[in-house]
Write a protein of this length. Structure first.
Length: 157
């Protein structure tokens, strides 16, 4: 079948791209039909049919990954405090690096510097930092982390 042939010859194409190519060739077929054909044939309809899955990637890279974020705590006096923490993915060790009522970009960048100093020699083993797109994580924060040789990976919006 043409759908299976296109999928085999173009492993980076997803079901939507395959459907678009078929339409370009004059075959009127829905993307859902292409997805169904690939799925029934045991072929992953997603573009990445080879290489590691996300779980395999995380398992292989866990030693080299950190993640960071904020959580909030509301005090008895109804005051909100922000807690910045980092997690080492491989060991699941949590580093609470700072608590403040007003997290500003400069403060967050300084906390990153402090963490990198605390990690000392282990920083050389780290390759990735996962973070969200919170505005508290400024360009200065990213610069501190990338200067240590760690790539910043932002989560999807």
């Amino acid at each position: 079948m043409l759908v299976l042939r296109l999928a085999a010859e173009n492993p980076t194409w997803g079901h939507r791209r395959t459907q678009g190519e078929l339409v370009g060739l004059g075959y009127q077929v829905a993307a859902s039909t292409v997805w169904k054909i690939l799925h029934q044939a045991g072929i992953d309809p997603a573009p990445r049919r080879s290489g590691p899955t996300w779980r395999q990637f995380l398992t292989a890279q866990a030693r080299t990954m950190l993640a960071c974020d904020f959580f909030t705590v509301d005090t008895v006096l109804f005051k909100r405090v922000y807690v910045l923490f980092f997690v080492e993915i491989a060991t699941r060790q949590v580093h609470v690096v700072g608590v403040t009522t007003h997290p500003k970009g400069a403060w967050v960048a300084q906390q990153a510097r402090n963490l990198l100093m605390d990690l000392d020699q282990r920083v050389a083993e780290l390759r990735f930092l996962l973070r969200d797109r919170d505005t508290k994580f400024t360009a200065a924060f990213d610069a501190v982390v990338t200067a240590a040789g760690i790539d910043v990976i932002k989560t999807s919006p």
